[in-house]
Design a binder for this molecule. Structure first.
Ligand code: SF4
Ligand code: SF4
Length: 60
């Protein structure tokens, strides 16, 4: 299984760009924060895009 990704809540601006790019719609965004769900397939597209680099592989 691929390693999934998570968002560091301290830096996310809620821009929504990551959610727009996710191929499996695994990112939910409210006004200030993106959250990655268990639907994530670990492709890394969101992490490559994030303008403030707050998406990374889960540590566990
Ligand atoms: S691209 Fe980055 S800053 Fe924008 S909503 Fe996603 S995690 Fe937050
Ligand atoms: S790593 Fe890929 S599948 Fe997982 S949340 Fe980011 S864009 Fe979506």
């Amino acid at each position: 299984m691929k390693t999934k990704y998570e968002v560091d809540p301290d830096g996310c601006t809620g821009c929504g760009g990551c959610a727009a790019l996710c191929p499996v719609s695994a990112i939910e965004v409210d006004a200030i924060l993106a959250t990655i769900t268990d639907e994530c397939i670990g492709c890394g597209i969101c992490a490559d895009f994030c303008p403030v680099s707050v998406i990374d592989r889960r540590k566990s």
